[in-house]
Structure formats: C-alpha cells, structure tokens
Design a protein. Structure first.
Length: 350
C-alpha cells in the first residue's frame, strides 16, 4: 500500500473540487480498498464523501423513486418504499454481497465497481509488473482472458482488446427500470440514462479509436467503462414508478447461493392487461460490460400472452445476436432460461 493524502469533504462542492484535482472518492470503501491493495488504483489523494447528507435518503416523490448515492445496499433492500415501488431493485441489492458488505457498500459506488475477471484482478504494484497481458491494467499488452476458456466473459459488445463483464447487481435492476443517474461535476449537474451510463468495449473503442493506420486496436479503450468525466460524482438516482416497476423480479444464477458473483443475472419487469403483455423490460447482467437490455425481446413481447412459450420464443430471437467465446457458450442457454423464469416471476406466473 502506497502513501496517500486523506481529506473528508464537508459538502458536495468540496468533494467535486477534490475529484477534479485528481483525488479518488471514498464512500463505503468496499471496492476502493481492494483496488489500492491490488495496484489497480494508485491515487495520491483520497476524499471521503461518506458524511455528505445531501447524498443520502430514499423517498417517493409523486411517481418517482429517488435514491441518494450513499444509500447502502442493505438500506435499499430493506426499504418498504423500494420493495413496493421497484421490488427488482430491492432484490438485486440483497443478492449483491454478504450482509456485512451490504451494510457499507453504497449504490453510488456499487455501479462503478470493476470487473471480476481474474486476469484483471491480479496483484501487481504497477501495470508493468502484471504477470500476464491485460489491456485494462496495461493498455497495449493484450488480453489474456479472451482465449483462456474462462466462462465469465462477455456475450455482447466485447472486442479483441477486452471481453470483461460488469458485475454490479443493482446496475442491472436500474437499467431494467429505466432509471436516471444524477451526476455532479466541475461544470454543474447532468443526467445520464442508466442504459447509457456504462459502455461496452465496442462503444468505448468507437469513442477512443486507435491511431490512424495502426494495426487494429491499441488496447487504450479497454480502460473506458462509463460516461463519467473527470471530477464527476454520482449523487443519486431517480426511478419512474409505474405498473411495470411494481411488477418486477431479479434472478441471479451463481455457483453458490451464499456469496458469489453471477454467471448470469436477470432483472425483469412487466405490466399486463389481463393475460396479455402491455410492456416488458428485461436486462441481463454479467454478459457484457454494461447491463444488457434485450430490447428486441421487449418489442416482440408486446401484445403476447405471458406464458413460457411466448417468452422463450422472443428471448431466443433476441439472444441470437450473442457472440460467445470458447468456454462460455453455455451462458447463452443459461441467460435464455433465466430471463424466462424472471419475467414469469415478475408477472406472477408460476
């Protein structure tokens, strides 16, 4: 662990100024401390935002659920307001980690956590000391995971430079709920749709193309994972509350139930007129570097009967666009069955 300066922000303006000067934010600390231990983060300064009252709170205002960035996962999961307005978010938070971690981990920090790819999570004091190639840690070195047979890699949006996935459970629920991320930075505040907040590797590569005439990608785009700019901080989320959000469910498929990251996760929400689907939303987790909305399936399901046959048919067509790697082909089938189960559960169908 290297030496660093520590400061506690007393207001949001002070926190943003510190971030703009290069400090990193400390909220619950459940992820940042791991980054510093592994050598992923080596900031000279840390600003503690954990006592900023303006970043706390859970409330329903009209038809909008508002959640502060410092709300902990346990606070959200146990909130009667959230469990009624958006049960999928409560379930995702309670499945995200152990109870001890959920007492500290914040929803602002959770959606910013790094991939659990073991080739990225290696302990190395500096990027040049990595035991294998990883463009996220040392751009231009390559991707050791891509041809490794490791199962927890992307089905959508990956590139030759990186095929890591985003592991956040709450992020998947927020994407399915069409939530908005509220951000503060040096130039003021702005809003980002949760479905656009994270970037796949393909999206990041388009935003950061390799040098003209270069032989393919240079790996630099692998470190770009979201749309936050320097000095910006998530301050909270707003979630539309409607018939869709109230009828929602989260399904997390993992190797052990007690505490594990997902092989595949699904956030599903549905509103019906009788037995017919009026509106459906489905987001997959752990299949891309962002929550992956199955919009083709959502469109196809409108007007269909909410039953296993109709849902499975729509999901099969939507998942045809998946690009599995050697070793994770099974995740396509797993995602299809998990999404079907989650959507039926959201609609109250056994």
């Amino acid at each position: 662990m290297r030496d660093f300066a520590y400061a506690r922000a007393t207001d949001l303006t002070q926190a943003v100024a510190a971030l703009a000067d290069g400090a990193v934010a400390l909220a619950g600390g459940t992820e940042l401390l791991n980054w510093m231990r592994l050598g992923i983060a080596d900031a000279d300064a840390v600003v503690d935002i954990g006592r900023l009252a303006e970043l706390r709170g859970i409330a329903v205002q009209g038809d909008v659920l508002r959640i502060g960035a410092l709300a902990t996962l346990n606070e959200i999961g146990e909130s009667a307001l959230v469990r009624t307005a958006a049960p999928v978010l409560a379930e995702a938070c309670l499945k995200a980690a152990s109870a001890q971690l959920r007492n500290l981990a914040t929803i602002g920090g959770n959606v910013l956590q790094k991939t659990r790819c073991p080739y990225f999570r290696a302990e190395a004091a500096a990027a040049g000391a990595m035991p294998w190639p990883c463009n996220k840690r040392a751009p231009g070195t390559g991707c050791a995971a891509r041809d490794s047979g490791y199962a927890r890699l992307a089905l959508f949006g990956g590139t030759d430079e990186c095929v890591a996935t985003q592991p956040s459970d709450p992020a998947v629920a927020l994407a399915a709920l069409d939530a908005t991320v509220h951000v503060a930075g040096p130039t003021g505040t702005r809003e980002i749709s949760m479905t656009d907040f994270h970037l796949t590797q393909e999206e990041a590569a388009r935003a950061h193309p390799p040098p003209a005439g270069g032989p393919g990608g240079d790996g630099a785009s692998a470190v770009i994972e979201n749309r936050l700019q320097r000095g910006e901080l998530i301050v909270g989320y707003s979630v539309p509350v409607d018939d869709v959000s109230r009828h929602s469910a989260y399904l997390k498929v993992r190797e052990r139930e007690s505490y594990e990251y997902a092989l595949v996760a699904v956030a599903a929400a549905v509103a019906c007129d009788g037995a017919r689907i009026r509106s459906a939303r489905i987001a997959l987790g752990s299949v891309a570097q962002k929550p992956w909305r199955l919009t083709p399936a959502e469109t196809a399901l409108a007007g269909q009967t909410l039953d296993a046959s109709s849902v499975d048919r729509a999901l099969g067509a939507a998942l045809a666009a998946a690009r599995p790697l050697a070793g994770n082909e099974f995740k396509v089938v797993l995602a299809r069955h998990a999404a079907c189960r989650a959507l039926l559960a959201a609609g109250g169908v056994a």
